[in-house]
Design a binder for this molecule. Structure first.
Ligand SMILES: [Zn+2]
Length: 331
């Protein structure tokens, strides 16, 4: 049997704070959840919705504070059956993966109706940064004059891509890693090397799990080959960047920056918890740059990753970078 969503352990405090605001009638009508890729925005939003809709929420024995959904009441059973009348979720659709105006109009109308079970009527908008302009405009009215029971939960990684008019009408909540030990413990049954996987994923545990999928392991193989050819001067920069053209730019930059850090470290550091294939390639290429140069390269990769380079074609971003690496490793 399916089960309700668990709150990611590193977000429990944030979750408890919101549930306690709900208990005292101070839950904002619109929440905007942000945070790095893979921090758990989707799971958190889902868990929060389920907890708010539950009729018999679990409570702390000591404080009486709401802790989450019971999983057994009628509301929870409807959520499990995907048939809850007061809960809707919109995700980006179509070729350009956007949230479009028609579904938003329907959602806005639906939100005006009275909650059929008397508590909240909750709408989730995943990847709200993909709202197109007319969809955003349609949403605005609901944000300006929310009905009493309506709760809108938006999640977005690129906050800047959301119109300021939307952002300013939502209560912004940045989801953060409260304690990395909690994430490592959560990861230990899901990935081989939690510590390395979490670093590689830029601190997003859900991304770390996604990275260890078969598809991503195949990408890692391509990246390793490219790294090796690049630093050992096998083949042209054009051919190497071409070999990565199907991969996501962020993935390339994130992986390479992690390897730079590993390469910069002492040989014995490299022994700890690194995948053997990566270890092999890094030890072959480690001598190609001095420690300071590895850090310089690492900084450059981070900068590229943080800038909007992810929206350019992978090949364009990588070609310039690779040409410079070839120059650095010429001496
Ligand atoms: Zn329940």
């Amino acid at each position: 049997m399916e089960s309700l969503t668990a709150c990611p352990p590193w977000l429990l405090d944030e979750g408890a704070a919101l549930l306690s605001r709900s208990s005292s009638g101070r839950l904002p009508h619109a929440l905007l959840l942000s945070g790095v890729d893979g921090i758990g925005k989707r799971a958190f939003a889902q868990w929060l919705s389920e907890s708010l809709l539950c009729r018999e929420p679990n409570r702390s024995m000591q404080t009486g504070v709401r802790l989450g959904a019971c999983g057994e009441c009628e509301s929870c059973r409807q959520l499990l059956a995907d048939s809850h009348p007061d809960y809707k979720k919109l995700v980006p659709e179509g070729a350009n993966a956007a949230i479009k105006v028609d579904p938003i109009r329907a959602l806005v109308e639906w939100l005006q109706l009275t909650a059929s079970q008397g508590s909240y009527r909750i709408a989730l908008l995943e990847q709200a940064d993909t709202l197109n302009r007319s969809a955003a405009n349609s949403l605005l009215k609901t944000l300006e004059e929310p009905s009493d029971h309506a709760v809108l939960i938006l999640s977005a990684t690129k906050l800047g891509a959301l119109p300021a008019t939307i952002r300013s009408r939502c209560q912004k909540i940045t989801l953060k890693m409260s304690d990395p030990a909690l994430a490592l413990d959560w990861l230990k049954d899901q990935v081989n090397d939690p510590e390395a996987a979490l670093i590689e994923a830029g601190g997003g545990p859900f991304l770390a799990v996604e990275n260890s999928s078969d598809e991503n392991l195949a990408s890692q193989e391509l990246l390793l080959k490219a790294w090796q050819d690049l630093f050992l001067h096998k083949g042209s920069v054009g051919r190497i960047s071409d070999s990565l053209s199907d991969l996501d730019t962020s993935l390339c930059l994130a992986t390479f920056s992690r390897w730079c850090l590993l390469a910069a470290k002492q040989r014995q550091m490299l022994e700890i918890g690194v995948n053997p294939a990566v270890k092999q390639v890094l030890s072959e290429t480690q001598e190609r740059l001095k420690i300071e140069q590895w850090f310089t390269l690492y900084d450059r990769l981070l900068q590229l990753h943080r800038s909007d380079s992810a929206s350019f074609k992978t090949q364009t971003v990588l070609e310039g970078l690779f040409a410079d690496i070839r120059i650095m490793t010429n001496g």
